[in-house]
Ligand binder design. Structure first.
Ligand code: 8DG
Ligand code: MG
Length: 315
């Protein structure tokens, strides 16, 4: 018998303290006893957004006022194929409680990984912990100019994810700059990944490592610890597959648009980008000709957000 296909709408609901609400599945249910993002199956006549609204009313007694797509996860369970259509909800009315007797709990994002979730939930937990705006630093040789440019970016955008990309610096200067960048990011509540070898994390306590697509394709296994991020540059499905094999936490996918920095690369465009995001097994940031003004459009097609080098440069 062919496996059933189940389409589920679920929510990452945030409170004003930035915590996320999780609920415990009843012990007799499928994936029973595990924690989940509240939600449930779509009725045949419903869209994901409609099902989400109904489920959160039924399960938590809240009324959604605004919901934005967060991530869509395809997963094959032994008895079914599941599509988890997950939304970010920050505006709602009512105080959520377990209407069906289930335990519910507000949890700090950093504490989410301590809770046992169903196997399909890995990418959701990653997406919940990631910002939507990602800036990649440009090649700037002068240290003072670098500091003022990064400070400008951090002051203009809350909760940024920053990638320190500085190919032209010597290893020694890269490390010095990484320490400085980390200090600035910490002071502004931003996260930092280093574009380079995983061993850099032994020297600098940044949030993770970003691999070039070349380094991604030649890597045999993940050598970045589980409590740090591993990300990679990707341009096609083969690289997305390798990122999944390696256990990347998220990727950039480029070039989304024509970009002067890579004039010969084949532009992906929004249509194929959407399909590749749907195919990807982890959160995806669109990159290439993008600015942080593209975040809403990227999110509307299922991406985590947008990465940008241009947005890093002063106006
Ligand atoms: N809601 C939710 N379901 C999840 C998550 N992760 C995960 O694998 N699932 C699976 C478990 C179930 O097979 C399916 C969701 O079904 P459900 O039991 O919540 O559906 P429902 O609320 O409509 O309940 P019911 O009326 O069918 O009892 O998706 C998650 O984070 N949230
Ligand atoms: Mg449910």
């Amino acid at each position: 018998m062919p496996k059933r296909r189940v389409h589920v709408a679920a929510a990452a609901i945030y409170n004003d303290q930035g915590q996320v609400l999780i609920a415990r599945r009843p012990s007799i249910a499928d994936q029973g006893g595990l924690w989940e993002f509240p939600g449930g199956k779509l009725e045949v006549y419903e869209t994901g957004r409609e099902a989400l609204k109904r489920e959160l009313k039924e399960e938590l007694g809240i009324e959604i006022e605004h919901a934005q797509p967060l991530i869509r996860v395809h997963y094959e369970y032994p008895d079914k194929f599941i599509l988890l259509d997950v939304w970010e909800v920050r505006q709602f009315s009512g105080e959520p409680y377990g209407c069906e007797g289930q335990a519910v709990r507000w949890v700090d994002i950093d504490g989410l990984s301590r809770y046992p979730f169903p196997p399909a939930n890995g990418p959701i937990v990653k997406a919940v912990g990631l910002p939507h705006a990602y800036v990649i630093t440009d090649e700037i040789d002068d240290d003072e100019a670098f500091v003022s440019t990064l400070t400008h970016a951090l002051e203009n955008c809350n909760g940024l994810l920053v990638q320190l990309r500085a190919k032209s610096l010597s290893a020694e200067r890269y490390l010095e700059r990484a320490h400085k960048a980390l200090e600035l990011c910490r002071a502004h509540g931003a996260r930092l990944v280093l574009n380079g070898a995983p061993e850099l994390l032994n020297e600098v306590d940044a949030d993770g490592i970003h691999l070039t697509s070349k380094a991604l394709m030649s890597a045999q296994e993940r050598t970045v610890p589980a409590d740090k991020w591993l990300s990679a540059s990707t341009h096609n499905k083969e690289q997305l597959d390798q990122a999944a094999r390696l256990g990347c936490d998220f990727v950039t996918l480029s070039p989304l648009r024509d970009t002067p920095s890579h004039p010969d690369a084949v532009t992906i465009g929004w249509h194929d980008f959407q399909q590749m995001v749907e195919y990807a097994a982890m959160p995806v940031f669109g990159l290439g000709g993008t600015t942080l003004d593209d975040i809403d459009q990227a999110r509307a097609v299922g991406a985590q957000g947008v990465a940008s080098i241009r947005s890093f440069l002063p106006d």
